[in-house]
Design a protein around this ligand. Structure first.
Ligand code: GN1
Ligand code: CA
Length: 160
């Protein structure tokens, strides 16, 4: 009986550790990521989709995070890019992570060579490209896959 209870306790603990992120989300460096590759939305709708799941469009802080995202985008092998949470919609050329309100120029960036080029004066949203895994500015009304990000919450999603 005692060993049964120990086992039960162990299982509950293991479940709590694994439940930091919701089902289908991938945990990485204390964050949870959802790669939405089954549908494409414009940038605003993608952000709202993420918000419905208590998350935001992904913001990339380090090369480690970029490499993690790149690895998954490569694996998914889609023919379209994925939205990230950056935009220069407020002031042309001033790229900002729209949730944390931090300037991209203050931190790590992974622009494609030659980007952002604001083609047609209408490219204000940030995508990670499907083939190079680097960043491009593209029109916000384009349909793209997207990546949601939220903090992992230890035990926060344990249902039972
Ligand atoms: C071009 O060639 P493609 O589709 O990967 C352009 C980007 C634009 C994009 C708009 C080198 O990218 O800057 O945002 O079209 N790349 C170059 O769809 O001009
Ligand atoms: Ca561009």
């Amino acid at each position: 009986m005692e060993s049964f209870l120990t086992l039960l306790l162990l299982l509950i603990c293991v479940n709590a550790i694994e439940a930091d992120c919701p089902d289908n989300w991938i945990k990485h460096s204390g964050q949870c990521y959802l790669f939405v590759d089954h549908t494409m939305l414009d940038w605003n709708d993608a952000l709202n989709f993420c918000k419905n799941f208590e998350s935001e469009l992904a913001e990339v802080q380090t090369s480690i995070e970029e490499n993690f995202l790149a690895q998954h985008v490569r694996q998914l092998g889609k023919g379209n890019g994925f939205w990230l949470g950056g935009s220069d919609i407020i002031l042309e050329g001033e790229w900002m992570w729209m949730t944390s309100k931090t300037l991209l120029s203050m931190g790590y960036t992974a622009w494609m060579p030659g980007e952002p080029n604001n083609e047609g004066n209408n490219e204000h949203c940030l995508e990670i490209k499907w083939n190079s895994f680097l960043w491009n500015d593209t029109p916000c009304d384009q349909q793209r896959h997207f990546i949601c990000e939220r903090e992992s919450r230890p035990g926060g999603d344990v249902v039972g």
